[in-house]
Design a protein around this ligand. Sequence first.
Ligand code: SF4
Length: 462
Amino acid sequence: MLYTIEEVMELKIVNHIENRISEVLSNSIAEEMDIEVGDILLSINNKPIEDIIDYLYLIADDYIEIDIKKKNGEIWTLEIDKLPDEDLGIEFEHPIMDCAKDCDNKCVFCFIDQLPTGMRQTLYFKDDDSRLSFLQGNFITLTNISEKSFQRIIDYNISPINISIHTTNPSLRRRMLGNRTAGNILDRLHRLANHRIIMNGQIVLCPSFNDGKELDRTLKELGDVGSNLQSLAIVPIGLTKHRDGLPLMHGYNKKMSIELIDQINKWQQFFLNTRGTRFAFLSDEFYVMAGYQCPEALEYEGFGQIENGVGLIRKFGDEVHYELNLYRDKNMNNPSAKKHHISLVTGTSASEFMNKLVVDIMKVYSNFKIDVHTIHNDFFGRTITVSGLLTGIDTLNQLKNKNLGEALLIPETMLKSGERVFLDDINIDDMQEKLGVPVLPTKIDGRHFLTQVLSVDRSYYA
Ligand code: SF4
């Protein structure tokens, strides 16, 4: 079950959460028991349900009794025989069945604190909720969790969870997170690992804070946590131009990135020798800043940290080349084929990569002319280089009066999840009208990307 941040945010504004059913899957146990959309789940085995974790735990049995309040007010008690891991087939109006927890921190690197005013309210929500980590992979700091909730992670085996570690040095972590309770992270990681909770970690690397020798200390101490802490992503601090009143921070440059890559290469070798995994992975931005190629696919060990931008470029590039190889022998270099001209948008960090990629595409599809438009991030500041943080307004301003051809491809990551709206609420339909060209969102997926490229020529689908 994946939910948008908007759905999660709704939880913040409801005063009383009822476990109202929003969907009953066909051929499910729930459908068979005449459970309907709008019914309310009251209890399982006479136990109230605090949240989605309680729900998942309580239904994991071969016999359960559930109390349902029907839409007409009747209370039904249903006895259900099922396989222990069999789902009931219902979804709830409020996905975590509780208010989402926001964070207690004041991190020196917080991106949300650097947003301009006037954006949609949901973007300012700082979640730090272990339920969301389990359900949809959000990273949590474990600073706002009570002993009871922490123990519940262990008792209910909530796993895997993603943890924002940043440093294992207690005083430095307290300072970086602006939270006096943040210092006990290493104890907590050991405790979770000892109870076989699988974890993935993240470090937002901030020059002069948790880099250099502090990073060495953190990597050594995390290595000692053991194999249940299975991977660590290291991403650079993102600095926008909206930092009034915030501490002075510095970003990464080419020299610092080269030194960091060297440092991490040594640690990867150490972890390979001692644990059989590279364990710590740098996000793509460091390789781009260093002017290096991203490591080979094999070195990402299954791309487990791709949501952190670790290996995205390598994976996407390999997928596109794989697809191109499938078509290479099909004589696409047909001189009489209809000519096409399209354009695509990228952020500055992927610009060089995308320019090389389209050259390779045009070698196979020689009837295509593909222009890459690198959009600079004036909205957040030009130090923000990833495509996923480009706005509609920057795209419109920088593409107006350009000949974009038959279609403009944009990365789907520029859009609000599942919708046709950019970060700044500009709609794709408005963009199409203003630019006079169809705007096609593409997934960061080689096959989907090529499908969108070729979609202007129906003959490829004949
Ligand atoms: S945990 Fe830190 S970085 Fe994350 S939202 Fe809270 S203050 Fe911001």
